[in-house]
Design a protein around this ligand. Sequence first.
Ligand code: TGC
Ligand code: FAD
Length: 389
Amino acid sequence: MAYHALDFLSLDAELSEDERLVRDLARSFVTDRVLPVIEQHFRAGTFPTELIPAMGELGFFGPNLEGYGCAGLGSVAYGLIMQELERGDSGVRSCASVQGSLCMYPIWRFGTEEQKQRFLPDMAAGRKIGCFGLTEPDHGSDPGGMETRARRIDGGWVLNGTKRWITNGTIADVAIVWAKTGEDARSIRGFLVEKGTPGFSAPEIEKKWSLRASVTSDLIFDDVEVPDENVLEVEGLRGPLSCLNQARYGIAWGAVGAMQACFDEALQYAQHRTQFDKPIAGFQLTQAKLADFATEISKAQLLALRVGRLKERGEAKPWHISMAKRNNVYWALEIARATRQILGASGITHEYQCGRHMANLESVITYEGTHEIHTLILGKQLTGIDAFK
Ligand code: TGC
Ligand code: FAD
């Protein structure tokens, strides 16, 4: 059945013609290229790598960056692309988030001119894939405690340590790796580790039941030599956290796409499924769920759009982004679960999307800062008191 995106508050009118064109391009790509193959990939536990060249050609990698083969779009247009990709699958949006916001962005922002020329045009076109290694087996929410170390040698650095849960890891041509050059978090630096560097391996993590259409890996560094020309010009946690601001913002929009996919499925199912001689959409309890969905989707759209416009003016703060990521992913997960409820037993099969979105969103609510971490970022901003420790 044709997809119908909910626009209860006529927010389309708040978008420019160019933004609508970009959104519609991404929407068609998802309908024509992602949806026909995604269920099969999800079941097989494989990422649809065959989509990467098309995503590059359409400008979905680093679309909000200027120059070096990037489209130079605004933050809202970027968000709308993430929204549509996640309507397809969180794994497809993840690939684009990691490539654009977590890998191309730090090279664009903290890289030398030579690094930008060497990596960005190929990454924008999808000829090179990147991954972002911050999390470690013993340090997730607390990246400042990382144990991966970089030791100085003549002309470069030697990396030792392990990163875990790294999206795109096994398929990446370049890994942006964050490591301490001393004991303190202020000594953290970013290193560009290229595939094939001796001592570097990236085995895939198997047996996931969430984000199955996405590659998730360990990154292992055993005396890996990285030359000075592959080091980013930034020090401290500020480096990786400023990349996370970009990606978390995109996830706030992506969650709207997952909600839209579930709402559309729930509404169509409820209108066609008959029990007690009438469509289940005609029961008050079903209507209450749909009314909640429409309200939460509209609020999530408003939040994403407002933060996007603030970002375009250079006024979005990390806590604005935390509010949008935290709220929108939370409600996307609630809506996916309630859609499954509306679909009854049918909701547990792969014939419908809600189960896949529900499983995926369990990762999305954990990565890029867990729901609890974003709660504490908001709490700190509101009270001035740091409750992390
Ligand atoms: P704290 O002492 O607060 O700050 C240390 C330094 O960082 C600066 N800073 C930021 N800079 C830019 N943007 C932000 N959002 C920033 N937040 C903090 C801060 O100003 C300070 O700078 P300086 O110059 O004074 O040293 O740091 P903390 O150690 O107390 O930790 C704060 C906390 C807990 C909020 C942070 O570490 C955090 O966000 N933890 C969550 C970790 C996380 O999100 N990991 C994500 C890994 S990547 C991923 O999940 C990819 S998923 C795949 C996909 O996207 O699809
Ligand atoms: P922990 O930090 O151990 O947290 C466990 C629980 O404790 C959580 O509920 C958390 O909210 C809670 N908690 C922790 N600290 C506090 C506190 N102070 N107060 C209250 N509660 C607290 N990382 C990367 O670097 N790059 C990637 O590309 C990447 N991709 C990912 C892909 C997938 C599919 C997944 C699942 C994760 C990915 N991650 C990636 C890792 C992700 O960022 C971490 O899982 C996340 O930051 C949480 O860390 P953790 O899993 O170690 O949980």
